[in-house]
Design a protein around this ligand. Sequence first.
Ligand SMILES: NC(=O)c1ccc[n+]([C@@H]2O[C@H](COP(=O)([O-])OP(=O)(O)OC[C@H]3O[C@@H](n4cnc5c(N)ncnc54)[C@H](OP(=O)(O)O)[C@@H]3O)[C@@H](O)[C@H]2O)c1
Length: 273
Amino acid sequence: MPGVRGAVCGIAGTILILLIAISLHEEPAELPRMAKDLKTLQEDYRQLNKSCFILGASGETGKELLKQIVESQLFSKVTVIGRRKINFEDEAYKDVKQEVVDFEKLEEHSAAFQEHDVGFCCLGTTKAKSGEAGFIRVDHDYVLKSAQLAKAGGCQHFNLESSKGANKGSSFLYLRVKGEVEAEVEELGFDRFSIFRPAFLMCDREEYRPTEWMTRKMMTPMAYFFPTVLTVPITTLVKAMLNNAVLQSDKKVDLLENKAIHALGKMEEEKKC
Ligand SMILES: NC(=O)c1ccc[n+]([C@@H]2O[C@H](COP(=O)([O-])OP(=O)(O)OC[C@H]3O[C@@H](n4cnc5c(N)ncnc54)[C@H](OP(=O)(O)O)[C@@H]3O)[C@@H](O)[C@H]2O)c1
């Protein structure tokens, strides 16, 4: 049917033009100037013997983060804080400490949040899975309470996995909640607060989420032609989180949009900037 074919081509063409426009419009990501190469920065960071905790280590981002932390040995102590125990079969994880907490009674678990220099929060759920109230509970209440306990426990650098488009003034619940929690955690006044705003996460998700599965299929060609616009591989996001940590910025708040995440995540170890 020529009419339908024409309409489909028209829509596809419009999407393509929009993507090119977004891609050209986005500011190029500026990486902080580095006095040393990444390998040296990582080595310097190791010498600081920092400890960290991860919230959401059983999820897709969290488990990749834990894997890269264990492999890189950037931290002298690693604790995962979650609602259930994770079974690690690999010997490499033998020193990872686990704290199982009841997120509805987090105050009773304040000890779990004590004495970590750095915190990574990859917690989250979806409205489809938990309903509207459940989504707010996890993505706002649990995140904020965890950040408060971490701050009280001495955490200096808090890293929050938020989302592209996060905006406390948004009329979309998801983006509004993400924006609100970013602003409220910022108010806690961590020495350093890094906010990551990734676009759609590309990974082979363990849990079957049909909508995300469909979206991922549709995004695959987009990711090929416009890699930094609408998607980010989880491995890149996690590398960006760790590279950002070792960069030791003197900025109190780092706001890393999707393009900056790509740039940070792909910093070559040998390359001097
Ligand atoms: N998916 C995307 O494309 C995308 C894009 C941009 C930003 N983000 C954001 O990035 C973050 C991480 O996403 P992800 O896909 O890596 O997460 P994920 O795989 O869904 O994992 C979420 C983590 O949060 C925990 N969690 C969920 N509900 C909980 C509850 N009621 N109580 C305690 N813990 C709970 C999960 O624990 P259990 O294993 O015990 O369930 C898991 O460790 C989220 O905030 C998400 O909104 C996602």
